[in-house]
Design a protein around this ligand. Structure first.
Ligand code: SF4
Length: 156
């Protein structure tokens, strides 16, 4: 069983109430091999919601209170992002999850690469808040794209 960003499994939990479904992840869910979580919903944010990015830092910086998560409209949602990361970690720990496959570039789920906080689709190195917390706690995190590449699947 793998912890997976819920939007990859077809759950419409994205900020715009859409999903990032890929047949590989939907199949894992159907087969009972995926546990879908959405850290942003777990943190109490509504769907739909205003898109957010991490300003001046990475998920680790947010966890260390050295950076904030802000919406495109300038509202601070750091507290919700940290709570959502903690709840995702709680689910992973309760269920004994060792691995998570998370959606690329998200301020919560992004693995190794995230948007830079300017809302101009610019990418920087670093994890999202939930990815950083899971990694810190010994859970292997890989991006959806890495997972699909390993399986020889097409990235949509
Ligand atoms: Fe998908 Fe993660 Fe964003 Fe939720 S927080 S919509 S699971 S990328």
């Amino acid at each position: 069983m793998i912890l997976i960003s819920a939007c990859l499994c077809g759950i419409r939990c994205k900020y715009n109430q859409e999903d990032n479904a890929h047949p590989v992840f939907v199949t894992l869910l159907k087969e009972g091999k995926a546990l879908p979580v959405c850290p942003e919903q777990l943190g109490g944010l509504p769907t739909p919601r205003v898109a957010s990015e991490i300003l001046n830092g990475t998920g680790n910086d947010v966890l260390n209170r050295h950076a904030e998560v802000i919406t495109r409209e300038g509202q601070t949602v750091t507290k919700e992002f940290i709570l959502g990361a903690e709840e995702a970690l709680k689910i992973a720990q309760i269920t004994g999850m060792k691995k998570a496959v998370l959606k690329s570039r998200s301020p919560s789920c992004g693995v190794n690469r995230i948007y830079d906080g300017t809302f101009q689709s610019k990418i920087i190195s670093g994890d999202g808040v939930a990815a950083a917390l899971l990694r810190k706690n010994g859970i292997e995190v890989i991006s959806d794209q890495e997972f699909l590449q390993e399986k020889g699947e097409t990235i949509q």
